[in-house]
Ligand binder design. Structure first.
Ligand code: WQD
Length: 324
């Protein structure tokens, strides 16, 4: 992919910075566009050009898009499920309007290919398992709705314009670059593994396990945890696919394997050699017992398989970053 010109919007964020690293490893010419609202300067790579900008700034988006890119990776979004239910206007503005601004700027400037960060949250409560890409979309949060809606907008743009996309539906993203090159941990984390890490390092006194009476082997919820470096590699494969064959796809990125909340806690205890201070609490509203997805399409279309399969190894890449 020598010198392939890629614009990574949201490239200073958690997943975006790992995508930038993977693209640089493939010798792409990378430009990062990020407003640093949740992205962090310490996640920027010297080898990638950085432009501080917002996806609501249409003039700036057009100016950058006019330079011409082989592909865009769009990861800029607000992603807190709870917040999206309290402040949907903010999510409508950032996620919906911001994405439309990007796609309009692409079409108006002849940029044809985009890889989009979508999510398992588009599916809602599973009607069957493993989830595949034909499963009905019933998002249970406004956040999930925005991602499903953006997929629909892209589907129409692909029908009407010279526009191709790959939407990657991430399951539970975890871990950090194993080589320690990405040091900016998410601030105010809301997901399980970062919370476990904060308990281990003493930043939180204790945590709650939401529900131990689910119909699962140990009574706690099963999720499909996929390592962020595996996610990042899929973006590279998606760009290669778009450049070789101008066709659009919607693809799950998952391992196909379920890991329970207690499995994560036990792995964190093994890796750190410390005890996690937790208590069982009532179920959290809206949590499905099990979320596991098929990755057959990712294998078939992108030739992608997750490399990280051992939960201890995954947890280790996160623990390595924690100040202990
Ligand atoms: C995982 C498991 C909790 C915290 C969310 C979004 C989804 C996607 C990924 C963005 C669940 C349990 C958690 C805690 C706990 N995000 N848990 N105690 O809910 O599977 O998915 O993040 O696209 O859209 O919904 O992830 O990390 O919140 O929870 O027991 O303090 O850990 O109940 O079973 P979730 P999570």
């Amino acid at each position: 992919m020598n010198a392939t010109r890629v614009l990574v919007i949201g490239g200073a964020g958690y997943i975006g910075s790992h995508v930038v690293k993977a693209l640089l490893d493939k010798k792409c010419a990378v430009t990062v566009y990020d407003n640093l609202s949740t992205g962090q300067r310490c996640n920027l790579f010297a080898a990638a050009r950085f432009i501080e900008g917002d996806i609501l700034d249409i003039a700036k988006l057009n100016a950058i898009m006019a330079e011409g890119f082989d592909a865009v990776v769009h990861l800029a979004a607000k992603k807190a499920v709870g917040e999206s239910m309290v402040n949907p206007q903010f999510y409508a503005q950032n996620n919906l309007n911001g994405s439309i601004n990007i796609f309009n700027a692409m079409v108006d400037n002849g940029v044809k290919n985009v890889v989009f960060s979508s999510t398992a949250a588009v599916y809602g409560m599973p009607q069957y398992l493993p989830l595949d890409e034909s499963h009905p979309l019933n998002p249970m949060s406004f956040y999930g709705y925005t991602k499903a809606e953006i997929e629909r907008v892209m589907t129409w743009f692909a029908r009407l314009k010279d526009f191709n996309f790959v939407a990657l539906r991430y399951f539970n993203a975890v871990g950090y670059a194993a080589d320690g090159s990405i040091r900016g941990k998410e601030k105010n984390p809301q997901n399980l593994l970062p919370i476990v890490m904060e308990v281990l390092s003493g930043k939180r006194p204790k945590m709650q396990v939401f529900g131990n009476d689910y119909d699962t082997p140990d009574g706690t919820c099963l999720r499909d945890y996929v390592h962020v470096e595996d996610l990042a590699r899929a973006h590279v494969a998606a760009i290669e696919k778009l450049l070789s064959e101008p066709k659009s796809h919607i693809i799950n990125l998952s391992t196909g394997k379920g890991t329970s909340v207690l499995d994560i806690i036990n792995a964190a205890e093994r890796v750190s050699g410390k005890k996690v201070n937790y208590e069982f609490a009532p179920r959290r509203a809206g949590d499905p017992a099990t979320v596991i997805a098929s990755n057959d399409l990712a294998r078939e279309v992108l030739g992608w398989t997750p490399q990280y399969t051992d939960i201890d190894e995954i947890v280790k890449t996160t623990w390595n970053l924690e100040e202990k």
